[in-house]
Design a protein around this ligand. Structure first.
Ligand SMILES: [Zn+2]
Length: 284
């Protein structure tokens, strides 16, 4: 009896993909990889698996062999740019090599995190500049992580020649959004859009031109409502898409199509690969 009750309490894994959708940002290595097969069968038509550091690149490449709709980024998260993790220049030699792999479609995630402050701010800025140079050199878009650092992120971007990429998990207000758009960047929204007390983020989401908009899970973090508290995975992206459509008064199916198109254009992915086996829909 006791056992059966415990089993019932375990939440089932849910996949909410009412339309073919593209997850522009997630991390596979912390328990998410085992759900990828089901997510792709449920309507996920592509995704970018985003690097947090230079390690485990071979393992991440293995995923792309299993799932041709999956692509990678190469980079070092600002929180991992501290001196205890090694010399930035030599770490960056590895990132540069990884960026040359054909499965790599973006640089990052890089940027500044002055909220958690896991690495000194000058180290974070140095690492961010390396990434921006590499993005310009390779022609790949940069994935920007910005937490409590709006002004510095925008200032460093302005100094750089980089004008292509995405502000991922956008958590700032409209003023920052406008400046990011003016610099040529896309803006991506994650599950925190569905939380209470994120009025400022929703206000920004309402005003972004649809051709500069992306949607992501940032799995395994930030599970959207109504699966908040559970481990996030790319199969949850439908919840955030629907929240975005509601905020913008857009038709969700139309918005989903635009999100797929924007992702494959920004990351330079061949549409037939992204759309591959993606017509089955098993939405809950
Ligand atoms: Zn991330």
């Amino acid at each position: 009896m006791q056992k059966a009750e415990n089993l019932q309490k375990e939440k089932p894994v849910r996949f909410h993909l009412p339309y073919p959708l593209y997850d522009s940002h997630f991390h596979a290595l912390q328990g998410v990889a085992k759900l990828l097969s089901a997510a792709f069968l449920s309507g996920l038509c592509g995704a970018v698996e985003v690097a947090v550091d230079e390690h485990h690149f071979d393992r991440r490449l293995e995923f792309t062999k299993l799932y041709p709709q999956l692509n990678l980024s190469a980079g070092i998260h600002p929180s991992s740019s501290g001196v205890e993790n090694g010399n930035l220049r030599s770490r960056f030699t590895m990132v540069r090599e990884q960026a040359a792999h054909p499965s790599v479609v973006a640089i990052g995630e890089s940027g500044l995190d002055f909220y958690r402050d896991y690495a000194p701010q000058d180290r974070q800025e140095e690492a961010f500049r390396y990434h921006l140079e590499l993005a310009v050199e390779t022609g790949l878009p940069i994935i920007i992580h910005n937490r409590a650092a709006d002004d510095r992120v925008l200032a460093i971007l302005r100094e750089s020649g980089c004008r292509r990429g995405v502000f991922h998990c956008f958590s700032s207000g409209w003023e920052t959004a406008v400046q990011a758009l003016d610099l040529g960047f896309h803006i991506s929204f994650a599950g925190n859009l569905t939380y209470r007390k994120t009025e400022e983020i929703r206000e920004a989401a309402a005003g972004i031109p649809s051709d500069r908009l992306l949607v992501e899970t940032d799995a395994p973090y930030l599970s959207p409502q109504p699966v908040r508290g559970q481990m996030n995975h790319p199969g949850h992206i439908g919840y955030t898409l629907e929240a975005l459509a509601e905020i913008r008064h857009d038709d969700p199916e139309e918005l989903a199509k635009i999100m797929v198109k924007n992702s494959i254009e920004l990351f330079g992915i061949k549409p037939e690969v992204a759309r591959g086996q993606s017509t089955i829909s098993m939405a809950d």
